[in-house]
Structure formats: C-alpha cells, structure tokens
Design a protein around this ligand. Sequence first.
Ligand code: NAD
Length: 448
Amino acid sequence: MYERLVQKQRSYFYSGATRDISFRMKQLTLLKWALKKRETEIVEALRKDLNKSEEEAFLTELGPLYQEISHMKKHLPKWAKREKVKTALSHVGSKGHIHHEPHGVTLIIAPWNYPLQLAFAPLVGAIAGGNCAVLKPSELTPATSSVMSNLVKEYFTDEYIAVAEGAVEVSQALLAQRFDYIFFTGSVSVGKKVMEAASKNLTPHTLELGGKSPAIVNKDAKLDLAAKRIVWGKFINAGQTCVAPDYVFVHKEVEEAFYSHLKKHIKNLFDEKYEQLQYPKIVSERHFNRLLSFMNDGDVVVGGKSDNEKLTIYPTVLRNVKRDASIMNEEIFGPILPVLCFTEYDKVMERIREGANPLALYVFAENKEVQNQLIHGLPFGGGCINDTIMHLATPHLPFGGKGESGTGAYHGYESFATFTHKKSILTQSTLFDVPVRYKQDKKTMTIL
Ligand code: NAD
C-alpha cells in the first residue's frame, strides 16, 4: 500500500511540478489559508485529545505555525536561489554554484504532545524545499490527526502530500519504504529504531528527540522572575513539552525563597485553569499512572492532587528527591517538577555531563561568568539564559538536540536547509583547456 504511495509521489516529484518557486509559495499560502479555515475544528480537536484551551491552542500550535509559514514565504525566493562561489586559481575558466535541490519524497513522523505543530512545521520545510511528503501523525491524538488528514485531502493531492494515520505498524510499514529524507520527532527509544531503518538505505534524516532538560538557578538570579518563567515553561501543556525544564538545580542559599515564589506563580498561572477544567490532561492512562508513580520520589511542596477520571495532575513541585529515584532517571514529560539544591557548580556540571545530552538547558543568573561557564561547559541542544522554552519559538534560531537528544535542526532557514540538498556544480569552459592538470609536475601542483 505505502509502496504505491511512495512510487506515486516519486513520479510526481520527477515530473518537476514541486520544484518551481512560485508553486512552493502557492502551497505555503494554501496551507496557511487551510489552517485558518479550519481553526475552529483544530481547536476543538486539540481540546478533545489533550483538553488544550483555545488560548493555548493558538499560543503553542497555530501561532508558531503561522509565524513559520510567513517567515518562510518572506525568505524562500532568496534562499532557494543558486549560490555563486569563488573560483580557485587551479580552476580558472570554470564557475562554481551551489544548487539547493529538493530531496524528493520525504517522510515526517510526529508525536502527540503538540500534534498539529510538530507535524506541520516540518511540512513547511518540506514544501519550501520543493519536496513531496508523507505525514504520519500520532495515534494518541486521533481527533487532531483526523482533522490534519481531512485538511490535507481537501487541499492537496496525495501524489504531493499525504497523511498516513495509524499506530506503530503504520510507522513501521512506512519506514520499510525507501524515502529520500526522514524527519522524526519523538522519543529517544523510537528515534534509535528510526535511525536503524534509515540506515538500510542510508537515508538522510533528522531526529528531534527528548530527554531531561535542567534549569539551573544561581544565587544571584532574579528569583521571582526565574520562578515565574520556570513555572510557565514547565507546566504549560501539563509539562508534556519536549523542552520543558525537567528538573531544577537551585543554589542552597536561595532554595527556601525559591519555593515560595514557585508556589505563588503556580497559583497565579494555573489554579483557576485547573479548577475550571481548562488545564491540559495527560495524554493516556498509561502516562498518567507512570506520572503518579513519581509522586513518592520526594516531598510534595506544591500540588500533589490529581483526577483519575479526567486524567489531570495539578502542577506539583517535589523536594528532597534522591539521585537514584526513578523520577531522576527518565524523562518526566508531565507536571511534576523535582527541585534539587547545590552549592558547587563543578558538581552540577559533573552530574549533567554524566547523563545523556539534554535537549535544552536553562541558566538563571545575572553573573556573566556563571552564564558562560554553564552554557559553554555543558553539551546540550540549545537553551536560554534567564528564560525557558522561548528559544524554540523563534524562526531565527535553529532548533534541535545533540547526540542522545537529537540529530539535525529545523525552524526558519534551518528548515529550508534540512529539506534541501546542497548540490555543488562546477561548469567548465570549453573555449580553452588549461594544461596544468595533465602535466603532473610536482612544482606546478604545489604552487596551485
Ligand atoms: P514516540 O517516540 O512514542 O512516538 C512518536 C511517533 O513514532 C508516533 O507517531 C508513533 O506512532 C511512532 N512510533 C512509536 N513507536 C514506533 C516504532 N516502534 N517504530 C516506528 N514508529 C513508532 O513519542 P511520543 O510519545 O509521541 O512523544 C513524546 C516524546 O517525543 C518525548 O520523548 C519528547 O521529549 C519527544 N519530543 C521531542 C520533540 C523535539 O522537538 N525534540 C518534540 C516533541 C516531543
């Protein structure tokens, strides 16, 4: 079944239809228009799947997508132009150009936590690059997957863009095909399987994975603001965000004060939402039970309550968490925040270096030396100084992990670069033939 789909897309790709820049621009406009037309349906689907509020749906799903499309449309004509490079003395008479070529037929596999954005943002890159695409959304958010599938069917032909709904078997069946590029967003364990599948045909790929992203709060940090930004970044979408601060290291001297700021901001930002049933739910019973099992890994400072029927967990902060507790050994991906205290930076750095490379890291400090020591002394994908999450919400910064937290990056120009191949072409003159290369004279070759 998918073999035919891929063949159909490959024939369409080789017809040349997707290469034209004005065609790509039109498709980007169409995608934005289609999203706008279906906004109500999308918001409703996100509410059904994750109990996202309308404002959160705009803030974290539709808004970033509109921004990504507009940014791409603004720059695509310039980015897609062939680039002229300099000519080396040894190549006199020739011209060198870099052509930004589409890969061909691409596969985009998406997770459930931002089900619309994480499927369509890579699609923006695929369209801009001049590719065809098969999207595989998550089975855990079926309402959003269905809206995406209907939208794509209504506005695009399946020889150009298709959505394959379904669970693991669908993903595996797709991965068994020969694609020209694979863009995967999801867990580390599945990322390894995707890489293995890609290796069969040496298919180039991007892996946007997860992991444990720490926030470090120095004693000179503006504590109230640090707590507010950590609370927002951690508990938005009920902590189900790949770059949410997974845990916090706070300097011992400010630990007690930090808890009271956390308490205040959780109350201000999330109390009413939770009470009015406007707070996102945990995606499945399995994840809900996994998260509840973490509650005993420390002492509850804030929160601790949950609702088995609605699958909601109130934003919770834990202290006195042991290093070997299970909450410290897997990605939390839910609204539970362990806080650990420290006195020496070297120990914090040693501990972070021992683990897998975080996807994100957040430093809260006024002291520039401390900021630099942490930012440059630790391996991680990207992050913020004195903020959380915001580095991924701009098309001007490439977003991606490092090693265990991912391979490659996207957003803005990086999406265009990801979904194109830099093809170097040298055009040689036929008016004359410089004899130097035929001589194989050591002296001349050294001069060149
Ligand atoms: P997941 O890896 O379980 O699933 C992701 C996709 O892979 C889904 O479409 C799923 O159907 C498919 N899949 C699952 N098992 C598969 C298998 N054995 N073979 C092939 N395909 C398979 O991830 P998830 O639970 O949907 O998402 C949560 C994870 O994603 C977290 O680890 C989170 O940190 C990460 N994430 C990363 C980013 C990022 O941009 N780096 C963004 C969001 C989520």
